[in-house]
Design a protein around this ligand. Structure first.
Ligand code: ADP
Length: 642
C-alpha cells in the first residue's frame, strides 16, 4: 500500500536530496548507528527475556553489489513491525525535523547537522534514489518498506524467509557509486564507526568474480575464500587510553554522541580503579545544548555495564549544574539488570559521580590556567551553572567559586570578566573588602553613580549582572579572608576602609570633623527632603560614594538591593518592602542650591520641584522605573526652558 510521507518529512527529503553536499558519506555512520541502536535494544530485551536472545551473535553486515548498484546494511537487531516502520520511517515523531529544517535554512545547509536532529535515516537518500528496508520484529511478519524519497513510501509483506532484524538496501545514485568500493567503505567505518560495540562486517561484493590467480607454472589456482571481514576495532573508545585513541576518533565519537558538528571544548577521560572501577569519557560541548535551561532537557550520561548499554540520559551520574556534560560511563560494578530506580540511590553511582565531578572540575581548572580563550568561551556558555553549583554543591563550592567570573570596573569589556582570585591579587594593600554592584546589565552597572568614589580612588568593583549572581553573593560572603560588600548598600567610608577605624589616626579624625561640620550645614536640606518624601525613603543622608552626580539611592546594610527586588519580582517571589536611602553629594552645585531653597520659605514650590527631580534622577540611576514619569518629564522640560 502506498502512503504519503508526513509533510515535514517530505520537505526534509527535498532538502536532503536536492542539495549537493561534500559530506554525503555520513549516511553510513547514520545507518550503522541505527543498526547498533537496534542491536542494543535487542540485547537489552534479551536480558529480561531469555527467549529473545539471538542465536547468532549481534553483528552488522555491509554488502556492496556492483552489478545491482546496491549497498546493503544488515543487522540482527530488534527489527520493526509494519506499524513501527510506518511511524519511524514515514513520520517524524519528534520536533527534530522542524529544527533541522530551520538550522539548514540558517546555516545554508550543513549535512553534518543531519545526525543532530534524529533524522539520520533520511541521510540514505543523499546517496540513494531508492531505499528498501526489509525488517522483521521477533515473532512478527516481515515487512518491506520502500521509497524513492519523493513524497511516498510503500509497505508490503516482506520475504517470509527473512531473519529477525533489518536490512537497509540502498540503490545508489550514479554519483555515489564510490560507496561500492571496499576500501572506501572500510575507511568510512574506521573513521566514523570504529567504536561501535558490535562487529561491523564488510562482505565481498558477490557480483565481483576475482581474477583467478595462477601458480608459477601458469596453472589456475582455486579462488581464495572470500569471507566477510570485521572492519571496526570495536574497542569502545572510552576504554582506550589517551595514547590508544586518536583525537579524530574521540572527536568523532563525541559528534555522534552529542549530535554536534563541532569539536568539544574539553575531553575528559577517567579510568578509575580501586573501590569502584569505571571508565568514562565525557565532553564539554563548545556550544551549550539549546535546551540546557529547559525543564525537560535531556541531561546526563550514557551508562554501560560490562559492554551492555543500560540507558541514555542517566541523570544520577552528574549534578544538575553539570547537565551540559555529554559522554559515557561504563562500570563493571553495577548489576546488568540495574533499573532506573536502583540508580537513584546506589552507592556505586554516588562514588562514580563524586570522582567524575572532581575530574571535570580539574579539567576546567586546567583550562582556566592554560587555555584562557577556551575558558572564556566556557564562561559565556556555562558560567551561570557554575554559580548555581556554588550554591548547590557544598562539597565543591570553594573550587567552583574560583571558576566563576564577573565583569568589573577594570574589565576592558563585558567579555573580559575576572575571577575573585584575580580581583584579590590586584587589591591595593589598604583595601580590605571586595566590592560588587548588582545591576540589570553591564551598561547599567558601568554607569551607576554609586561607583564614582570607587573610580576616583582606583578601586575595582565587580558587576553582578546575572540574576544568579546575587544568590552567589548570598553564599559566598567572604573570599580569602575578605568580605564581599555591595557598594550600594549600607554606609560607605572608602577613606577609612582598612584605615585605623579606632580613630587613633590623626588624619581620620580631621576628616571626621569635616564630615560633622558638613552634616550640620546640610541638616536643613536633609530634614526638608525627609519630610517631603515621608515613608518612601528610609533616610536622607550625605554620601561618600558620589563625585559628580548629585544623588543616588542605596539600600541599608541588610536591606534588599534594587536589583534583587527586580530579580525577586521576575521570579514571582514576594518582594520585601525596603524603602531606599537617598544619598546626597555635598559637593554637587545642585545640592547646594537645594539647600538654599530649603531655607527659603518664599520658594517652597521651587524646592518641591527640585526635590522631585532629584528623587527621579536617583531612581533612573539605579534602574528603577520612575514613580511619576509624567511629572518628571514636565519638571525636566520646565528646567530646560528656564
Ligand atoms: P534516530 O535514529 O535518531 O531516532 P532515524 O531517522 O535514524 O532517527 O531513525 C528513526 C527510527 O527508525 C529509529 O529511532 C528507530 O526506531 C527506527 N530504525 C531506524 N533504523 C533501524 C534499524 N536498523 N532497526 C530497527 N529500527 C530502526
Amino acid at each position: 500500500m502506498k502512503k504519503e510521507f508526513q509533510t515535514e518529512v517530505g520537505r526534509l527529503l527535498d532538502l536532503v536530496i536536492n542539495s549537493l553536499y561534500s559530506k554525503k558519506e555520513v549516511f553510513l555512520r547514520e545507518l550503522l548507528s541505527n543498526a547498533s541502536d537496534a542491536m542494543d535494544r535487542a540485547r537489552f530485551e534479551a536480558l529480561t527475556d531469555k527467549s529473545a536472545q539471538s542465536e547468532t551473535p549481534y553483528r552488522v553486515f555491509i554488502v556492496p553489489n556492483r552489478e545491482k548498484g546496491t549497498l546493503a546494511i544488515s543487522d540482527n537487531g530488534v527489527g520493526m513491525t509494519a506499524e513501527e516502520a510506518e511511524k519511524n520511517l514515514g513520520s517524524v515523531a519528534s520536533s527534530g525535523t522542524k529544527r533541522f529544517l530551520q538550522a539548514m535554512k540558517d546555516k545554508a545547509g550543513a549535512p553534518e547537522l543531519i545526525g543532530q536532529f534524529g533524522v539520520g535515516f533520511y541521510a540514505a537518500f543523499m546517496v540513494a534514489d531508492r531505499v528498501d528496508v526489509l525488517t522483521r520484529r521477533r515473532g512478527e511478519k516481515p515487512v518491506l518498506w520502500t521509497s524513492d524519497g519523493k513524497g511516498e513510501y510503500e509497505i508490503v509483506d516482506g520475504d517470509p524467509e527473512a531473519a529477525d532484524g533489518t536490512t537497509v538496501t540502498l540503490h545508489l545514485r550514479d554519483d555515489a557509486k564510490e560507496y561500492l568500493d571496499g576500501w572506501r567503505l572500510e575507511d568510512l567505518v574506521r573513521t566514523y564507526s570504529d567504536y561501535l560495540a558490535y562487529p561491523v562486517m564488510l562482505c565481498p561484493d558477490p557480483s565481483e568474480k576475482p581474477e583467478p590467480k595462477k601458480d608459477k607454472d601458469g596453472k589456475e589456482l582455486p579462488p581464495e575464500p572470500r569471507e566477510p571481514r570485521q572492519v571496526n576495532s570495536m574497542k569502545a573508545v572510552w576504554k582506550k587510553s589517551k595514547d590508544e585513541a586518536t583525537k579524530e576518533e574521540t572527536d568523532s565519537f563525541y559528534k555522534h554522541l552529542a549530535h554536534d558538528s563541532e569539536e568539544p571544548l574539553a575531553t575528559i577521560r577517567v579510568s578509575a580503579e580501586g573501590a569502584t572501577e569505571f571508565q568514562a569519557l565525557v565532553f564539554v560541548p563548545r556550544v551549550a545544548p539549546y535546551d540546557l535551561f529547559w525543564p525537560n532537557a535531556k541531561q546526563g550520561l550514557q551508562l554501560y555495564v560490562r559492554n551492555v548499554f543500560i540507558g541514555d540520559d542517566v541523570k544520577e551520574l552528574l549534578p544538575r549544574y553539570l547537565s551540559f556534560v555529554r559522554g559515557v560511563v561504563e562500570s563493571a560494578d553495577l548489576p546488568l539488570n540495574v533499573s532506573r530506580e536502583m540508580l537513584q540511590d546506589n552507592a556505586v553511582v554516588r562514588r562514580i559521580r563524586k570522582v567524575l565531578v572532581g575530574k571535570i572540575l580539574s579539567e576546567l581548572e586546567d583550562m582556566q590556567k592554560n587555555r584562557p580563550a577556551d575558558f572564556a568561551a566556557f564562561g559565556r556558555q556555562y558560567g551561570r551553572l557554575m554559580k548555581e553549583g556554588v550554591h548547590s554543591d557544598w562539597e565543591n563550592s570553594d573550587r567552583l567559586r574560583d571558576l566563576c567570573t564577573f565583569p568589573s570596573t577594570f574589565s576592558e569589556s563585558e567579555d573580559k570578566p575576572v575571577t575573585l582570585k584575580e580581583y584579590v591579587s590586584r587589591m591595593p594593600s589598604d583595601q580590605k573588602e571586595i566590592y560588587w554592584l548588582a545591576a540589570d546589565s553591564y551598561e547599567a552597572a558601568k554607569n551607576s553613580p554609586v561607583l564614582e568614589a570607587f573610580a576616583s580612588r582606583g578601586r575595582e568593583v565587580l558587576f553582578f549582572v546575572d540574576p544568579v549572581d546575587e544568590f552567589f553573593a548570598e553564599r559566598v560572603t567572604e573570599y580569602d579572608g575578605k568580605k564581599l560588600r555591595a557598594v550600594d548598600r549600607g554606609e560607605l567610608d572608602l577613606d577609612s576602609d582598612g584605615g585605623d577605624k579606632d580613630g587613633k589616626d590623626g588624619k581620620d579624625d580631621g576628616k571626621k570633623d569635616d564630615g560633622d561640620a558638613e552634616e550640620k550645614r546640610f541638616k536643613p536640606l536633609i530634614d526638608a527632603l525627609a519630610a517631603r518624601f515621608g515613608k518612601s525613603v528610609r533616610q536622607v543622608r550625605l554620601s561618600k560614594r558620589l563625585v559628580d552626580s548629585a544623588c543616588c539611592f542605596v539600600a541599608d546594610e541588610y536591606g534588599v538591593s534594587a536589583h534583587m527586588q527586580r530579580v525577586l519580582k521576575a521570579f514571582n517571589q514576594p518582594v520585601p518592602e525596603s524603602p531606599r536611602i537617598l544619598e546626597l553629594n555635598p559637593k554637587a552645585p545642585v545640592i547646594e542650591k537645594a539647600l538654599a531653597l530649603a531655607g527659603d520659605d518664599s520658594r517652597k514650590d521651587d524646592f518641591g520641584d527640585l526635590a522631585d527631580l532629584l528623587y527621579g534622577q536617583a531612581q533612573l540611576a539605579e534602574g528603577t522605573p520612575l514613580d511619576n514619569p509624567a511629572r518628571f518629564n514636565k519638571l525636566v522640560s520646565a528646567l530646560a526652558a528656564r
